[in-house]
Design a protein around this ligand. Structure first.
Ligand code: SF4
Ligand code: SF4
Length: 311
């Protein structure tokens, strides 16, 4: 791509990385934007052709934008990738909900927090534009996070950050200024122990870094609409999300990470038991899951997962 008329100075670059840390990010880095390489695009295409995205039809759309950040933000030259941890070894966990769902909805929280950084970018280099993405646009998030030096991708299909693990939310700020990219992560692949593949309750991981959403309990309990497959056994498992392939991963053992207040587990969710969910009213659901990612599933979806139908 052509270089931009706007150039971020080393001092401003440093200030932006500091701002990301002050906003609560456990890792941040810059990458230069470019077209996603053909082999990466082909990998996604193969995955889609095998139907491994299940009912996530939106994955089939906007392939051109997914491949080319310039279509997302005209004139995009760099991207600031950030990761925010949502758990560490000291925080309590729930038998019903995946760790990421115990705090506030990260889509709302991160957009607000990254807004401060985007404003610095646009103010310090007038004439530049930014676009914040928090799982809100067709963006290859893990690809850009690796490009920005945050970590590497594991066989479990997650971005793994050395010292922090994979239990992080990813977000990006695309920018029309050129910025010196961050150093690549010293490690480019996980150790390949295959613990995630062996432990996966749905047999969703193929051991080569790909996964079949149709066999993934996280997809089935969160994204999938309609009845759950007959052979899906949720007894003793979470009714929202799964976490198994992350829990067994050695890179998630003994992690200590900065978890911002909004992502701390809510007591009200930690106390919830399966029976409480089965008898939940719409009013209780709305109160409990206000500003929570779970509200997107709606009460009917949660009851479905808990083995009940909405009356
Ligand atoms: S989230 Fe659960 S079901 Fe999905 S790939 Fe990981 S271990 Fe398997
Ligand atoms: S459990 Fe092992 S194979 Fe799976 S992602 Fe972690 S290190 Fe890689």
């Amino acid at each position: 791509m052509n270089s931009s008329q706007f150039q971020c100075s080393p001092q401003l670059r440093e200030r932006l990385l500091e701002a990301a840390s002050e906003a609560g990010a456990c890792a941040a880095g810059f990458a230069r934007t470019h077209q996603i390489p053909q082999y990466e695009t082909q990998r996604l295409q193969d995955w889609l052709e095998k139907g491994r995205h299940g009912g996530m039809a939106y994955m089939e759309r906007y392939g051109d934008i997914r491949q080319n950040p310039d279509l997302l933000l005209p004139g995009a030259r760099s991207v600031l990738c950030v990761a925010f941890a949502y758990t560490d070894k000291h925080l309590p966990r729930s038998p019903l909900f995946a760790d990421y769902a115990l705090g506030d909805d990260y889509h709302e929280v991160l957009r607000e927090r990254l807004g401060t950084i985007a404003r610095i970018m646009e103010t310090e280099i007038p004439g530049t534009a930014t676009r914040i993405c928090v799982d809100s646009a067709p963006v290859r998030e893990r690809y850009w996070a690796v490009e920005a030096g945050l970590g590497f991708t594991g066989i479990n299909n997650m971005l793994i950050i050395p010292g922090t693990g994979s239990k992080v939310f990813l977000a990006e700020i695309f920018w029309t200024a050129d910025t010196t990219p961050s150093q690549p992560c010293a490690q480019d692949a996980c150790c390949g122990c295959m613990a995630c593949v062996r432990a996966c309750p749905g047999g969703a991981l193929d051991g080569c870094g790909s996964m079949d959403s149709r066999r993934c309990l996280s997809y089935l309990t969160i994204e999938h609409r309609g009845a759950l497959p007959d052979d899906l056994e949720l007894d003793g498992r979470r009714i929202y999300g799964c976490d198994v392939c992350q829990d067994v991963c050695p890179y998630n053992k003994n992690i200590t990470a900065k978890v911002i207040p909004e992502f701390q587990p809510r007591q009200s969710l930690l106390q919830l038991r399966r029976d409480d969910v089965s008898s939940m009213t719409q009013e209780q659901f709305s109160t409990l899951f206000r500003r929570s990612a779970v509200k997107r599933l709606k009460l009917a979806g949660l009851l479905r997962n808990a083995g009940k139908q909405l009356q």
